[in-house]
Design a protein around this ligand. Structure first.
Ligand code: COA
Length: 371
């Protein structure tokens, strides 16, 4: 039985922050911190903060700007975090709101109505509450019958969600599923940490997965999916429902995203190379058969190195498109944004690989073929 991606959708926030704007606010925060902690710094009890640099950010990561849901709060040196108004329980949550926007575009591109969808998976790095599941709220907003559930595998949530959808359809429990990835990454980013304040942006992607191929223009067949996980503490966020019972400071750095970027780079590159190589081999395919790699968007040099190790030469922009420059790291949505934006030129029979990787470690590879 063939299973197809018939449409994708992308919600991009209206506001964006350039590296220069972000660095200016970080440096103002550093000045403020150094002034407020002058005595402690002089005594050696606190460390003086040094300036961030837009040139460093571009060179180290490939990021030039990021879309965000709350620009003002992030850039305020006295606040350094997004500002979201508390919504009433009776109001739609922000994560559901952006999911509905991306989902509507995906449905439109798939040329179907929501009553043709049997269920919804909300797969992302951070869920804004424990329950009721955000996915069920989105399901209600879209008027979808059937079932919905949330899942989190950090940066690989979207590819793991795709595999779940494919398997549900294969098992006969659904014909058509929506996978949405509302990634509000700025809410868990430590904007006071010079090493990482530039990493993330906000976005939402959506994917329609179905066994009904009506021959729509943008349809891709999912040939196979392969997932890999291997435990690592090198990317971690300790915030959770136990935190307050541990009498922790819920505003401390420990309750936000943290990583050992260099170690992640070194360890994840071979993991992804091996995953894609084995996945292609298992499907009797060579890397040369693949027209494009839609890779997770965390670091440009990392993606170039993965593609280079796979291809045995430097990849072209066409073989490995980048959205990181404008979107930054958007967790699990990154490879889906790349697929959404850079798949329209595919001709019947062309092959591509959507591949995510990140915290866990977790990695997912989806081989797709244009129908
Ligand atoms: N501005 C200026 N200098 C900075 C800086 C900033 N914002 N942040 C760090 N630096 C300095 C460091 O202090 C260090 O200085 P030193 O050499 O004097 O000690 C130097 O720049 C290099 O820092 P480092 O953290 O080693 O940079 P890096 O080259 O490893 O790049 C990342 C950092 C995060 C961009 C990179 O490691 C990365 O992207 N790794 C992969 C992460 C990943 O995929 N994560 C998945 C998350 S979902």
């Amino acid at each position: 039985m063939g299973i197809f991606i018939t449409g994708t959708g992308l919600f991009t926030p209206d506001e964006s922050i350039s590296n220069e704007e972000l660095v200016k606010s970080y440096n103002a925060y550093a000045d403020l911190f150094n002034k407020q902690n002058k005595e402690a710094i002089e005594k050696g009890d606190a460390e003086e903060l040094t300036y961030s640099s837009a040139d460093f950010i571009k060179k180290a990561s490939g990021i030039e700007s990021r879309y965000v849901l709350s620009k003002k709060g992030i850039l305020d040196p006295e606040r350094m975090k997004p500002e979201f108004k508390k919504r009433k329980d009776s109001e739609i949550s922000i994560q559901a709101e952006i999911s509905v926007k991306a989902a509507k575009e995906a449905l439109k591109n798939a040329n179907i109505e929501s009553d043709q969808v049997d269920g919804l998976i909300c797969a992302c790095s951070n869920l804004q509450r424990a329950y009721p599941a955000v996915s069920i709220e989105i399901q209600q907003e879209l008027g979808i019958e059937g079932y919905a559930y949330d899942m989190n595998v950090a940066c690989s949530s979207a590819t793991f969600g795709i595999q779940n959808a494919v398997n549900d359809i294969r098992a006969g429990v659904a014909e058509t599923l929506l996978v949405v990835n509302p990634e509000i990454c700025t809410a868990h980013l430590n904007f006071k940490d010079r090493d990482g304040h530039f990493i993330f942006g906000d976005v939402c992607t959506a994917i329609v997965i179905t066994k009904v191929n009506d021959g729509s223009k943008g349809t891709f067949e999912v040939l196979d999916t392969k997932l890999k996980t291997s435990f690592s503490n090198n990317i971690r966020n300790n915030f959770g429902f136990i935190s307050k019972n541990e009498d922790l400071d819920l505003y401390s750095d420990d309750q936000l995203f943290k990583q050992e970027g260099r170690k992640v780079f070194k360890q994840v590159v071979p993991m992804v190379e091996e995953l894609i190589t084995n996945h292609l081999k298992g499907n009797n395919l060579q890397v040369d058969d693949v027209k494009r790699l839609w890779l997770h968007q965390a670091n440009l040099s990392m993606n170039s190195l993965i593609a280079k190790r796979l291809l045995g030469r430097d990849p072209s922009e066409d073989e490995m498109p980048t959205v990181l420059d404008l979107y930054a790291n958007t967790s699990s949505a990154g490879s889906i944004i790349a697929f959404h934006k850079y798949s329209k030129d595919f001709r019947k029979g062309d092959l591509g690989v959507i591949c995510s990787f990140g915290a866990g470690y977790s990695a997912g590879s989806i081989i797709v073929q244009k129908t």
